[in-house]
Design a binder for this molecule. Structure first.
Ligand code: 44T
Length: 913
C-alpha cells in the first residue's frame, strides 16, 4: 500500500540483480533518479586512460599492448605463438588455483594476440571473468569491475552472456538505463535467452512506470489536453515548453496546433530517449527541441534560446504536488516563461505574455472508514497464534504526515478507492481543501510558507476514522477540467493519509472533525486534529490519552482558543516503532500466525516425543533449534520460542525490529535465552562467510545452529509481498534440507501455484498502449510498448475488474522437502467455464506447512498481493473449451503461454508435446 512499494512500482529485486530495496533510487515523489548518475558514470568510464584500465588486474603493471607491426618475421611468429600458449596455460592453471585475477590477465593477453583462439577459450574466459568480477564486486572495486567488462567486450563484443552479465552489475549499481540497454542487446543477440529476458522485464518495470500506459490509454484525458493546447496556440501562444514530456505527446500536440517553436524536457533518460524516437517517427524531427534535463536546471539562453509563451505539463501525481510541480512552475515563471498577463491589460498579446496549462487546480478532501487501509497502517489485533501483541501498541507505518514525521516517512500513500478491497465509507462530505493558481508565481511561492488552513467537517455517519483522502480537479484552462476523484471513471488513484493515532477514533454522525491542510516540503498534507462532540473538543493528539481538552464550546472564538491550547503533532510514544505497511498487515493476518503456531507446535511436540526422556532427573533436555529466515519483521520465532526447550532464532536485521521482538518476548513470558538473533551470531561466528557474500544474506544465514547441532525447523519466506516467488528459493530449500536434523522440516514443505483464466481489460490497459488506432493521431504505441512486461505484480485479485473464464486451477507444485530441481516445465489443461477473450492468468500460492495445515496468499486478510501473466496475444474461447497452458519456471522467471486444446504445441522440445 505504500507509495513506491505497490503497483505500479516494480517488484523489489533480489538474487542476480541484488536487493534493489537497499538502493535508494527513488525520490520521495517516485521520480527515478537516473538523471543524476551514481558517482562512476558511463562517461567517466569511457574517458579513462589505458593505465587506469589496468587497475582491475592484479600483479599487472603494464597492459598487454596491441602493437600493430607492419611486417613480421617467422621468428616473431614463433615467439608470439610461444607467448600465446604459455599465457593460455598459465590462465588455465590460475583458474584451477582460483586466482581469477591473474587468470583474467593471461586470457586477455593470449586472446588479444591470437583472436583465432577465442572460440576455443570462450567458456573458460567467461568463467574467469565472472569469478573475478564477483570478487571485485565484493571488494567494492566498482571501477575495476567495469574495466574488466569493457576489456572482455572488446574481445567478445557479441557475447550475449557477457553483455547480460555486465547489465546485471550495472543494474545492481544503479545504472538502470544502461543496464536495460545491455539486456536489450543480449536479447537481440539471442532472443530466447531466458535470463536476459527476465532482466529486461525487471529493468523495463523500473524505467517506464506502468502508469504511462494508463495515461496514454486514457483517451478523454488526451483529448482534453490537446484541446486546451490547441486553443492556447491558436490564441497566439507561439513558443511552448513541455515540462516532463514523457513520450513527447503534449509537445507534439503543440507543434501540430501550429506553435512556431516547441521545446521539451524530460528528466528520465529512458523516457527522454523514447520521446526522441517517437518525435522522429512522427516526422517532427528537428521541430521539437528535446532536452534530457530537469526543468529546474534549465536556463535561457543556454538551454533554450528564448522565454516561452506557454508551459504545458502533466507533472502531477495522486497527491498533486508530489512530482514537484510547485517548484518547477515557480522556477519556470522566474526563468523560462514570458511575464504573466497583466490583469489591468487583459488584451496584451498572448505571444508576449506567459501562461501555463494546467492553469490551476482545486484539491478536495474527505474523511473515511476503510478496513483495508486500517489493517495496513495500525496493529488491530491483540493476540495472534496464542501470543499477546499488546506490546505492538506503538507500532505505526511509515506513512505519516504528522508534524514531527522524519525523512523515512511518506506523507501519503495511494489507493484507487473505487476498487479498494472491502470498500470504504465516506464519513464526511468531500470538502474543498485548497485552490491553487498555477499562473500566479506569488501563490506558488507562498504555498509552503502559508499557515495551514483549518476546516470543521460535519461527520455524516458513524464509523472509524481510518484515513483522510485527497484528490483534485486539474483546470487545464477556463473551460476544461480533469478530475481524479474516487467517483470518476478514471485511472487515477487518490492520495491517502492514514490516521495513525494510538487510540482508535470512532466518529459519530453529528460530530465535527477538525482537520488542517498545509503544504510542507512541497507536499500537500492533511491532518486530523480534533473531534468536537456535543460541544466538547477531544484532541486526536497522541501525546494525550483520551479527551484531553474537555472544553465546552459556544462561539467560534471559543473553539479557536480551545484549538490553540491543543498541542498538535505526535509527541512520540516511548514504544513507537515503524514497520512497513505490509509488515503491519502481516501482524494483523491472524490466520497466518495461527497456522504457523499450530504447525510448529505439532512438529516440535513430535520431535520431542521421538527423542524420548533425556538426561537425569531435572536435567535440561537438549533444545530444539528453530530458524526463521523471513525477510523483514516476523513474529514467528516467538511462536516457537514459547514452547518448552526450544531455541528460536530470528533473522531480523534492524535494531528496532530486534527491540520490538524482545519486548514481545518479555510480554509473553519467554525465557530470555529462548530467542536469539541469528544475524548477530552469524556475524560473530562466521565473519568470513558473511563478508564473502554480503549481498546474499539469505544463503549466508543458512548454516548449522552450531557445529554439532542441526535445525529442527527452518521457516523460509517463499513469496514476496508483490505476489512473486522469492529469488533463489529452491537453492535455499536445498541448502536448508541439508541442515535439518532427522525428522526436521522446512516450512512450508510444499508450494502449490494456482491460476485462473480471465478476461481483463483493466490489466491490458496498464500493460500496453491498446488498439491499432494512433494516440491522438500520433504513432506512440510501438515505441512505448517495447517496455511492456508480461508479469504484473501487486494486484488485488479480489477487486480486479475481470470476467472469470475458468475455475481456479492448480498450475504446478514445488516440493521444498524433496526436489532439487529449480526449474519446472509443465503443460496444464484448463476447461473454460464461459466464453470470452482470455487475456490474463492471475496466479497465487497455497503454502502447505504440513499435510494438514496450509495458508493461501490470496485470502481475505492476506498480507500478500497477487500477480498475473498478461498474454501477448489474447485467445478467444467458448464455454467448455480446453485451453492448454504451457508453464515454465526457470530460476525465478515464470512464463505462461496459452493455446486452445486442439492446436498442436509449437515447441518441439517440449516433453509433453
Ligand atoms: N502518476 C500518475 C503520476 N518529470 C504521473 O520523469 C495516473 C499513477 C498515476 N521532467 C496510477 C495512475 C496514474 N523536469 O516522465 C515523467 C517524469 C517527468 C520532469 C523534467 C521536471 N521538473 C519533471 C518532473 C517530472 O515528467 C514525466 C511525467 S510525471 C507524471 C506523473 C494515470 N498511478
Amino acid at each position: 500500500m505504500q507509495r513506491g512499494h505497490r503497483f505500479p512500482a516494480p517488484p523489489p529485486c533480489h538474487g542476480p540483480l541484488g536487493r534493489a530495496s537497499t538502493t535508494p533510487l527513488r525520490t520521495r515523489a517516485g521520480q527515478k533518479s537516473d538523471a543524476t548518475p551514481p558517482p562512476s558514470s558511463q562517461n567517466a568510464r569511457h574517458d579513462r586512460s589505458a593505465e587506469s584500465a589496468m587497475k582491475g588486474m592484479p600483479n599487472a603493471t603494464t597492459r598487454p599492448k596491441r602493437v600493430r607491426r607492419s611486417r613480421r618475421t617467422p621468428r616473431d611468429d614463433d615467439a608470439r605463438n610461444e607467448l600465446v600458449w604459455r599465457s593460455l596455460e598459465s590462465a588455465q592453471q590460475c583458474l584451477l588455483n582460483q586466482d581469477y585475477g591473474t587468470a583474467f590477465v593471461h586470457y586477455l593477453l593470449a586472446l588479444n594476440l591470437a583472436p583465432g583462439l577465442k572460440d576455443y577459450a570462450r567458456e573458460s574466459f567467461r568463467v574467469t571473468l565472472f569469478k573475478w568480477t564477483e570478487e571485485l564486486d565484493s571488494l567494492g572495486r566498482v571501477q575495476d569491475l567495469f574495466d574488466c567488462y569493457e576489456q572482455a567486450l572488446e574481445l567478445f563484443p557479441v557475447d550475449e552472456v557477457i553483455v547480460n552479465s555486465m547489465g546485471e552489475h550495472l543494474f545492481r549499481m544503479g545504472f538502470r538505463d544502461e543496464a536495460a540497454g545491455h539486456f536489450h542487446k543480449a536479447l537481440k543477440l539471442r532472443p530466447d535467452f531466458a535470463e536476459a529476458k527476465e532482466n529486461f522485464y525487471r529493468a523495463a518495470n523500473w524505467l517506464v512506470e506502468r502508469w504511462h500506459f494508463l495515461m496514454l490509454n486514457d483517451r478523454r484525458r488526451n483529448q482534453k489536453y490537446r484541446q486546451a493546447i490547441q486553443k492556447a496556440v491558436e490564441s497566439g501562444c507561439s513558443t511552448v515548453l513541455d515540462i516532463g514530456t514523457g513520450t513527447g505527446i503534449l509537445g507534439m500536440c503543440a507543434k501540430q496546433a501550429g506553435a512556431a517553436r516547441v521545446y521539451a524536457c524530460e528528466l528520465s533518460k529512458t523516457m527522454y530517449e523514447l520521446a526522441c524516437e517517437v518525435v522522429s517517427a512522427n516526422g517532427m524531427n528537428g521541430t521539437i527541441k528535446i532536452l534530457h534535463k530537469k526543468s529546474l536546471e534549465m536556463e535561457v539562453p543556454k538551454d533554450i534560446p528564448e522565454r516561452v509563451s506557454l508551459v504545458v505539463t502533466e507533472t502531477v501525481d495522486a497527491g498533486l504536488f508530489g512530482e514537484g510541480i510547485v517548484e518547477s512552475l515557480t522556477h519556470a515563471w522566474k526563468h523560462l516563461l514570458l511575464p504573466p498577463q497583466n490583469p489591468q491589460d487583459p488584451y496584451s498579446s498572448p505571444a508576449l505574455t506567459g501562461r501555463v496549462i494546467p492553469a490551476g487546480a482545486t484539491v478536495f478532501g474527505m474523511a473515511l472508514e476503510c478496513s483495508e487501509i486500517r489493517r495496513h497502517h495500525r496493529v488491530c489485533v491483540l493476540e495472534a497464534g496464542g501470543l499477546s501483541l499488546c506490546a505492538m501498541g506503538g507500532v505505526h507505518s511509515p506513512v505519516s504526515c504528522s508534524l514531527d514525521a522524519d525523512d523515512s516517512t511518506e506523507p501519503y500513500t495511494t489507493e484507487r478507492l473505487s476498487q479498494v478491497p472491502g470498500g470504504y465509507a465516506a464519513l464526511t462530505e468531500p470538502f474543498r481543501a485548497l485552490d491553487i493558481d498555477f499562473n500566479s508565481v506569488q501563490e506558488l511561492e507562498g504555498l509552503c510558507s502559508r499557515e495551514g488552513s483549518r476546516f470543521r467537517l460535519p461527520v455524516t455517519r458513524d464509523g472509524m476514522l481510518d484515513a483522510l483522502a485527497m484528490w483534485f480537479e486539474l483546470h487545464l484552462d477556463k473551460e476544461t477540467s480533469l478530475s481524479t476523484g474516487p467517483q470518476e471513471d478514471t485511472c487515477w488513484e487518490q492520495a491517502i493519509y492514514p490516521v495513525q493515532h494510538l487510540s482508535e477514533c470512532s466518529l459519530k454522525a453529528g460530530d465535527e472533525l477538525l482537520v488542517e491542510v498545509s503544504c510542507k516540503d512541497s507536499c500537500l498534507r492533511i491532518h486530523a486534529i480534533a473531534v468536537v462532540r456535543d460541544g466538547l473538543v477531544t484532541s486526536l493528539d497522541d501525546s494525550a490519552s483520551g479527551p484531553v481538552c474537555g472544553q465546552t464550546l459556544g462561539t467560534e472564538a471559543e473553539l479557536c482558543s480551545a484549538l490553540a491550547s491543543l498541542q498538535t503533532g505526535r509527541s512520540g510514544s516511548q514504544h513507537a516503532c515503524v514497520l512497513e505497511s505490509s509488515e503491519i498487515a502481516m501482524i494483523n493476518n491472524v490466520q497466518y500466525h495461527e497456522s504457523y503456531s499450530r504447525a510448529l507446535e505439532k512438529l516440535l511436540r513430535a520431535l520431542r516425543a521421538s527423542r524420548g526422556p533425556q538426561g537425569g532427573e531435572g536435567a535440561e533436555p537438549n533444545p530444539l533449534y528453530v530458524l526463521d529466515v523471513s525477510e523483514g519483521f516476523s513474529a514467528l520465532p516467538l511462536m516457537a520460542g514459547r514452547q518448552a526447550s526450544v531455541k528460536a532464532y530470528s533473522s531480523v536485521e534492524k535494531q528496532r525490529h530486534q527491540t520490538l521482538l524482545r519486548r514481545l518476548a518479555k510480554e509473553n513470558g519467554l525465557r530470555p535465552d529462548s530467542l536469539e538473533f541469528w544475524l548477530c551470531r552469524a556475524g560473530e561466528d562466521n565473519r568470513d562467510a558473511a563478508s564473502a557474500a554480503p549481498s546474499d544474506s539469505g544463503t549466508t544465514m543458512l548454516q548449522r545452529p552450531s557445529s554439532e547441532q542441526l535445525w529442527s525447523a527452518i521457516v523460509l519466506d517463499c513469496v514476496e509481498i508483490c505476489g512473486l516467488l522469492r529469488q533463489k528459493l529452491m537453492e535455499k530449500a536445498t541448502l536448508a534440507r541439508c541442515l535439518l536434523e532427522d525428522g526436521g522440516r522446512i516450512f512450508p514443505e510444499r508450494i502449490v501455484m494456482y491460476g485462473q483464466l480471465v478476461e481483463s481489460d483493466a490489466l491490458l490497459q496498464e500493460s500496453a498502449v491498446q488498439g491499432r488506432e494512433l494516440t491522438l493521431g500520433f504513432d506512440i504505441a510501438p515505441f512505448i510498448n517495447q517496455f511492456t512486461v508480461p508479469v504484473h505484480v501487486f494486484l488485488d485479485l479480489s477487486t480486479l475488474c475481470c470476467k472469470h473464464l475458468s475455475e481456479p486451477t492448480e498450475l504446478f507444485v514445488l516440493d521444498l522437502m524433496n526436489s532439487s530441481a529449480n526449474h519446472t516445465s509443465q503443460e496444464v489443461k484448463v476447461c473454460t467455464t464461459s466464453a470470452g477473450r482470455l487475456t490474463a492468468i492471475p496466479f497465487w500460492y497455497q503454502l502447505h506447512l504440513d499435510e494438514e495445515i496450509s495458508i493461501s496468499t490470496f485470502s481475505a486478510y492476506s498480507h500478500w498481493k497477487q500477480a498475473a501473466v498478461v498474454l501477448q496475444q489474447p485467445v478467444e474461447v467458448s464455454a467448455g473449451e480446453v485451453v492448454c497452458l504451457s508453464i515454465k519456471v526457470h530460476k525465478n522467471s515464470l512464463s505462461i503461454t496459452a493455446r486452445k486444446g486442439e492446436e498442436p504445441t509449437t515447441d518441439p522440445t517440449h516433453p509433453n508435446s
